[in-house]
Write a protein that binds this ligand. Structure first.
Ligand SMILES: Nc1nc2c(c(=O)[nH]1)N(C=O)[C@@H](CNc1ccc(C(=O)N[C@@H](CCC(=O)O)C(=O)O)cc1)CN2
Ligand SMILES: Nc1nc2c(ncn2[C@@H]2O[C@H](COP(=O)(O)OP(=O)(O)OP(=O)(O)O)[C@@H](O)[C@H]2O)c(=O)[nH]1
Ligand SMILES: [Mg+2]
Length: 426
């Protein structure tokens, strides 16, 4: 097994930079700096030397495996955060026998392979590192803590019990024990299916929390859409002007709306036009609005919306400072902005309340596969013509689908995809 090392903190100047070393050569590598391993799991202040030369005064931590993040021997070098120090220490480590730079996510990969976390926890960790808002952090934390693994264990337990009941019937078919296990199997499957359905719905919502809710701002040219976007964003993200048709491309601004991740989309004003570029912009506006989680339609007095609106969509009278409409909004003066933010927060927190423990499209797909198998099993159960072993086979297939959530089966194909999103040093 190679010994891997990498800068594990962000690159560049910093107060402190941390280099992590993991593998059988982690402790011996310290001799390259004229040191031996300090007491386990206690910070030790040491001089790192390159021969006679002092490279840095560092805090060193040693974690003997398996009680470490990766499950292997791990050494951490907490250095002064200078790019020159980090570069020399990495160069010296690369001279150590059996040592090499870690690939993206490789430390976490070893943690997975050594049973320190399950696949869902690895995904939770990736989301945790990427989380920008409170809602994203909470959601990632739940998965990282291993909750999904626990839920899967519960499903597994019930499905294995149901399969065992069916198999008992097969095993004792020759004997005179006419016990009808089907009602109990039915009950177990109903319970698991209901819970799977909740999780599948929750995963769809969680995916939105992960990616951010999209809100499209729409309306006629000059309605004040870009001015409203800037007011919400608190900066001049979009060009505004008295010229109708100023915005052409869709402009995206990511925001933290009371802890919820929201991407605002400013769009081209909707109207009939001969201008080729503007009509491309309008087509894009409509397409993005269609896909968005919510639409805000900014109306001019006496105007009707030019697109179909859905439940929760928000229609507002713009330029309220000119019309004096107390219910209207004005990007120019800020009137009604707080009310709009509250309304958006309400809608999205209500939608995020559905969030379950399954958080990714991958989870949702696996759950739907298991649900398909269970639906099939329930059909077969109702018909005495089908034998118990056929039904049990459906249950085993459902279990395999659920196992893939936490990586018990066939993870190799997924690993590349999941780990490629990690940074080096994680
Ligand atoms: N300096 C430093 N800070 C860090 C990390 C790190 O690797 N290094 N982490 C990296 O992500 C996080 C902490 N995660 C860790 C997870 C497990 C172990 C560990 O030693 N686990 C052992 C012992 C457990 C125990 O003592 O309770 C084990 O699991 O057996 C260490 C850090 C956040 N902060
Ligand atoms: N009085 C007042 N003027 C506004 C308000 N919002 C925008 N305006 C003005 O209306 C004009 C158009 O504003 P924009 O925000 O560029 O309008 P838009 O809807 O993005 O227009 P297009 O990008 O062309 O579709 C500019 O001159 C703004 O200063 C408002 O709330 N009150
Ligand atoms: Mg505009």
């Amino acid at each position: 097994m190679d010994t891997i090392f990498a800068l594990t903190s962000a690159p560049g100047r910093a107060g402190v930079s941390v280099i992590r070393i993991s593998g059988p050569g982690a402790f011996p590598a310290l001799s390259r700096f004229g040191l031996s391993a300090p007491e386990p799991r206690a910070a030790a202040l040491r001089l790192l030397r390159d021969g006679e030369d002092v490279v840095d005064q560092a805090l060193i931590l040693a974690f003997p495996g398996p009680a470490s993040f990766t499950g292997e021997d791990v050494v951490e070098l907490h250095l002064h955060g200078s790019p020159a120090i980090v570069t020399s220490v990495l160069r010296m480590l690369s001279e150590v026998e059996g040592g090499r730079m870690a690939e993206a996510g490789e430390f976490t990969r070893r943690a997975l392979e050594n049973g320190k976390m399950d696949l869902a926890q690895v995904e939770g960790l990736a989301d945790l590192i990427d989380s920008e808002t409170e809602a994203q952090r909470r959601q990632a934390q739940r998965v990282f803590s291993g909750k999904l693994g626990e839920v899967v264990q519960g499903w597994r337990h019930d499905l294995i019990r149901a399969a065992a009941l069916l198999e008992a019937v097969i095993d004792f078919a020759d004997e005179d024990v006419p016990v009808d296990v089907r009602p109990e199997v039915h009950e177990l499957l109903d319970g698991v299916a209901a819970s799977l359905e909740t999780q599948a719905r929750g995963a769809a919502v969680a995916e939105r929390v992960r990616q951010g809710f999209e809100v499209a701002i729409l309306g006629a040219p000059n309605a004040g859409k870009s001015t409203l976007l800037n007011a919400l964003a608190g900066r001049e993200a979009a060009i505004t002007s008295a010229v109708a048709g100023t915005t052409r491309d869709v402009i995206e601004v990511r925001m933290d709306l009371n802890g919820l991740p929201v991407t605002l989309l400013d769009t081209a004003g909707l109207r009939e036009t001969e201008d080729e570029v503007e009509s491309i912009g309008i087509a894009r506006a409509k397409a993005r609005a269609e896909e968005a989680d919510l639409r805000i339609y900014l109306l001019e007095p006496g105007e009707d919306p030019r697109i179909d609106l859905r439940e929760d969509d928000i229609v507002l009278q713009g330029k309220a400072d000119l019309t004096g409409d107390p219910e209207g909004i004005s990007g120019a003066t800020g009137q009604g902005i707080d009310r709009l933010v509250t309304r958006l927060t309400d809608v999205f927190s209500q939608r995020s309340a559905l969030v379950a423990t399954a958080t990714r499209e991958r989870h949702r797909v696996a759950i739907l596969r298991a649900l398909d198998d269970l639906a099939q099993a329930r059909v077969l159960l109702r018909d005495p013509a089908y034998s118990e072993d056929l039904i049990a086979e459906e249950l085993r297939s459902a279990i395999r689908a659920l196992d893939s959530l936490v990586g018990i089966v066939d993870v190799e194909t997924l690993l590349g995809e999941i780990f490629s999103s990690f940074c080096i040093g994680k």
